[in-house]
Design a protein. Structure first.
Length: 475
């Protein structure tokens, strides 16, 4: 992050604009909207600035820029068409620790002006750090169409009620939950429908109820959220909303950095990942921690890779919550088999190759063996997906061959599927173990066995970007 995002209070503060053209006029208008006292310095001005001067909205000094003119200014904008003048203005301001913006020259700026969606008092600023201002403006246009003007009235209503809410609910945590319920409930619904009086009435009623409950312990709850196979774009809307509501997040080894980045910034994050023979916290400990945190009144997101009910031990975790009468919710996620196979261009079913599909766990026991119904798995006309099958890959390939599948039966490995670091290797049950060893394949990797693997070369569409860092990190 090259620039720290901040909103400046410039009401009745002196600000200087150096330049007299169209860009300088836009900058002056923006400062005026923030309530600033604007001075313009330029040898001459265009019609827009001349109109502001004639209306008495800005003070005008005709002539070239002089260093002493920056003294006492809160912010300075260099908006001339002379790069040397802009550089000189920037240098003088930086020497005096005065905030300066040089138009279209990020390297000369100590602050930049973002694209703004104005729903005052709600403001949304979008910035590319000066690298792609047109992209920022495009996003502003999108947000303008998505955010009704009523949100400004809603923010104003909240501002009027803020002191009353603070007095009625001294606890910061209670106030936080109160406002979340307000902004995600009937108050917002009424405001968006133009029923301003009903919105205010609903807010009054909600505050009365919250104040009556202020003496009771906070109620904790747990959200068991499937984070999908890695690509943050595959999260459900419900998952994202709950991740933004959480006080505490317990996350697995298979949660990609891109997904974790979408968690509420001030939420406590606790890593509880498990790898083969390396458990940060045993399952019983995770269950107990979920119960403990919920009983403390926390809203807890248990973030699990893929789908929590497919080889995710989700059932065990919510059974513990149910035994303790703790409210919980389960949000399904795209399971690794579906997500990774899709991104690899391998359909799990196909009328010419596979009329059924089996999901199984290929994790070997301490003895090295894998106890599965190999006879049912070694059938033609189906696809078999092995979760956690990398460690026992030689065993599972051997077992499938021993139970009747031919030496050249197609199989694939998908490493870090759906992420930018995805890699796919195809081979046969005979060659796959050697491929895994030669290519140094590592977890998380999915194994797919079946004739649908033949379609990978034809249907592969996702290539990823090997230069990005959104990869899984085993801790």
């Amino acid at each position: 992050m090259d620039f720290f995002p901040v909103f400046l209070k410039l009401h009745d503060q002196p600000c200087l604009v150096v330049g007299g053209g169209e860009v300088a006029a836009r900058k002056a208008e923006a400062l005026l909207r923030a309530g600033a006292r604007v001075t313009v310095v330029a040898p001459e001005t265009d019609d827009a600035l001349a109109a502001l001067i004639e209306q008495g909205r800005v003070t005008y000094h005709a002539g070239v820029f002089a260093p002493e003119q920056v003294e006492g200014q809160r912010v300075v904008v260099a908006a001339t068409d002379d790069e040397a003048v802009n550089a000189e203005v920037s240098r003088i301001c930086r020497e005096r620790n005065i905030l300066v913006n040089a138009v279209d020259a990020p390297e000369l700026c100590t602050y930049i002006t973002p694209a703004i969606v104005d729903r005052s008092p709600l403001l949304i600023a979008i910035s590319s750090g000066g690298d792609a201002p047109v992209l920022a403006r495009l996003w502003r246009a999108r947000l303008e169409s998505m955010i009704p003007a009523a949100y400004g009235r809603l923010a104003a209503l909240a501002g009027r009620m803020r002191s009353r809410v603070k007095a009625a609910l001294p606890s910061f945590e209670r106030r936080l939950r109160f406002w979340e319920q307000v902004f995600d409930g009937p108050v917002t619904t009424h405001m968006l429908a133009g029923r301003n009086d009903r919105a205010e009435q609903a807010l009054e009623e909600a505050l009365t109820q919250a104040a009556d409950e202020a003496g009771q312990p906070l109620t904790g709850e747990v959200y068991l959220v499937g984070a999908g196979p890695g690509d943050p774009d595959l999260l459900t809307f419900r998952a994202l909303r709950l991740m933004q509501r959480a006080d505490v997040v317990l996350y697995d080894r298979l949660i990609s950095p891109g997904v974790l980045e979408l968690v509420r910034k001030d939420a406590e994050r606790i890593y509880v990942g498990k790898a083969s023979r390396n458990h940060t916290l045993r399952q019983e400990g995770i269950n107990a921690l979920l119960v403990k945190l919920a009983k403390e009144g926390k809203r807890v997101v248990r973030l699990k890779g893929g789908d929590p009910f497919i080889f995710g031990r989700g059932g065990e975790e919510i059974a513990s919550l149910a035994d303790e009468r703790i409210p919980f919710e389960v949000v399904p996620g795209i399971t690794a088999a579906s997500g990774c196979a899709t991104y690899a261009g391998i359909p799990l079913t196909h009328r010419d190759y596979a009329q059924s599909c089996q999901f199984v766990t290929g994790h070997p026991a301490k003895s090295g063996e894998i106890d599965l119904d190999w006879e049912s798995l070694a059938r033609r006309g189906q696809t078999v997906v092995f979760y956690m099958g990398l460690a026992g890959l030689p065993v599972l390939c051997r077992k499938l061959l021993e139970n009747g599948l031919p030496d050249d039966w197609p199989a694939a490995l998908i490493q870090q599927g759906t992420t930018a670091a995805q890699k796919v290797w195809t081979g046969t049950l005979t060659t796959l173990p050697e491929i895994a060893e030669r290519e140094e394949v590592r977890a998380p990797t999915l194994v797919i066995v079946g004739e649908v693997v033949h379609l990978h070369d034809k249907l592969e569409w996702f290539r990823g970007d090997k230069n990005v860092d959104n990869v899984f990190v085993a801790k």
